[in-house]
Design a protein around this ligand. Structure first.
Ligand SMILES: O=P(O)(O)OC[C@H]1O[C@H](O)[C@H](O)[C@@H](O)[C@@H]1O
Length: 512
């Protein structure tokens, strides 16, 4: 692939800077243009998006599309879908999209393998679903081997098979595993050991402790109670596990819920449900691959993220899902965006001249309103908010859904409009941007689409920033140092350590 132009070196960047010097005032923009909502909203597969409450106008939007074209975002996208090794620092292709490509739809050489593994994984999931003796499924994994399955099983609780409980153990903190082990019995529990590398210290420690507990409980038939999901099948076999499901180095951890890492989801919602999740994501893949930039929602969202970050100087984005089942979505999106785009050098290893990933954070609405929305309305920092709402509820309780949706709409309106009050304390400045994503219903398909939409928007902003969104070297140093410190905690040796680490280590040992 041709080297691409980094966003800050593209001609459109300077033109956007000029526009940012006199940015849009939202209230006057709505007053001046009755067509603003139509112009800045769109229905994409499964997801409707209203971007009109962002501080953009037609000129900014078209410059952003120029920026994307000048940076070669389309060629970069096409290279990903062609299976090129765009994860250049690891020399890997990026093909999570292939995991949701329907049988026969892709000519990629790995397509058959993907479907054979998917079939085997879904068969296994159906067998576990039919096995009434298994009442508890404990997923042991961290990062991408935890957040996706946990987020999706939580989000799709309405679709979860009654009679099975799902637990997620990620932290090396033994309190987490101990709390789960107190609730389950060896003979009725299935442990899923999920780790792309099968070397992650948290997961291996939890896996060994779970296995020791199982043996101590007199657990029989280990192969029936432990399964593994990994790209490192040899290591999993060495652990003495029965069923092992593989995936491949071209699936990034944070992009892996579509692979066998999704096994807890498949057990929870069944093979058909899992296929719908994949189908929803595939709809967005096709949209991203084929829609013109001007009507391409992941492109529009990714460019908006660039605009807010680089031109309006907004350092964070708040995620506000107005559906309590989406409560793990902010955590999921944190890894997706911040591990992908939290980089400070470009593809050639040169320091970036412009800011990259914002900080993502958030809690479900309406809870957040009673906690930190104060800051969103009146704080000194302007934080763009992404509202995610679902039109139809799956419960029949009266009034709740209307009130929930009314609050989502009202918060977006209040951020935009503000309210003048010369008293100071009661003054709302307004002109605070937000986007509003709307799903008709929360289903496996719409969740799949929502997640894929976010994957691709992260691709787009990362592409404009000229970074590798698919490596994560920044997590390595802490892991190496923790291994050294773990040994020192045993031995008490503080030689060569900085004074702070040495002092803390002594204190921890003295009170431990
Ligand atoms: O699936 P594993 O190999 O156990 O990795 C689990 C997680 O840990 C790593 O440190 C990375 O930061 C994540 O991207 C990854 O998802």
């Amino acid at each position: 692939m041709q080297p691409r132009l980094r966003g800050d070196q593209a001609p459109a960047w300077q033109a956007l800077r000029a526009h940012a010097a006199s940015p849009v005032d939202l209230k006057s923009a709505f007053a001046a243009d009755p067509g603003r909502f139509e112009a800045f909203s769109q229905q994409a597969p499964q997801v409707f998006a209203d971007l009109s409450k962002n501080r953009i106008d037609g000129a900014v939007q078209s410059l952003l599309f120029q920026l994307a074209r000048q940076c070669g975002v389309e060629q970069h996208r096409d290279a990903m879908f062609a299976g090129e090794a765009i994860n250049s620092t690891e020399g890997r292709a990026v093909k999570h999209w292939l995991l949701r490509s329907p049988r026969g739809a892709s000519a990629d050489p790995d397509a058959q393998l993907v479907h054979a593994t998917l079939d085997a994984m879904l068969d296994y999931a159906e067998r576990i679903r039919a096995d009434a003796a298994i009442t508890d499924v404990v997923n042991i994994g961290i990062g991408g081997s935890d957040l996706g399955p946990q987020m999706a099983v939580t989000a799709l609780q309405e679709f979860v098979l009654p009679g099975k409980r799902f637990h997620f153990v990620s932290n090396v903190d033994g309190h987490e595993l101990a709390a789960v082990l107190r609730q389950v019995r060896a003979q009725s529990t299935l442990f899923l050991l999920a780790s792309k590398t099968f070397t992650t210290i948290e997961t291996m420690t939890n896996a060994r402790s779970a296995r020791a507990w199982f043996d101590a409980q007199g657990g029989k038939e280990v192969a029936r109670h432990f399964a593994a999901i990994t790209t490192n099948v040899a290591e999993a076999k060495a652990f003495g596990i029965g069923a092992t499901f593989g995936f491949w180095d071209w699936v990034g951890g944070r992009y892996s819920m579509w692979s066998a890492i999704g096994l807890p989801i498949a057990i929870a919602i069944g093979a058909d449900g899992f296929r719908q999740l994949l189908a929803g994501a595939h709809e967005i893949d096709q949209h991203f691959a084929g829609a013109p930039l001007e009507q391409n929602l992941p492109v529009r969202l990714g460019l908006l993220d660039v605009w807010n970050r680089n031109f309006l100087g907004m350092g964070s984005r708040s995620i506000a899902p107005y559906h309590s089942a989406l409560r793990r979505l902010p955590a999921y999106l944190q890894q997706l965006e911040m591990e992908s785009n939290g980089k400070r050098v470009d593809l050639q290893g040169r320091p970036l001249a412009a800011a990259s990933s914002p900080v993502l954070w958030g809690e479900p609405g309406t809870n957040g309103q009673h906690a930190y929305f104060q800051m969103l309305h009146q704080g000194t920092d302007v934080v763009p908010v992404e509202f995610i709402a679902v039109s139809r509820a799956s419960h029949r309780l009266e009034r709740h859904q209307e009130l929930l949706l009314a609050n989502a709409l009202a918060q977006a309106q209040a951020l935009m409009q503000g309210r003048a009050d010369p008293g100071g304390h009661r003054d709302f400045p307004g002109n605070r941007p937000s986007s509003f994503l709307l799903l008709d219903e929360l289903t496996p398909a719409s969740l799949g689409a929502l997640v894929a939409l976010n994957e691709h928007r992260v691709f787009v902003s990362g592409s404009v920033w000229g970074i590798n969104s698919f490596d994560q070297w920044g997590v390595e140093l802490g892991k190496v140092l923790a291994t050294d410190i773990a040994q020192r905690l045993e031995s008490g040796d503080v030689s060569g350590l900085d004074a702070s680490t040495a002092g803390l280590l002594r204190r921890v040992r003295a009170s431990g």
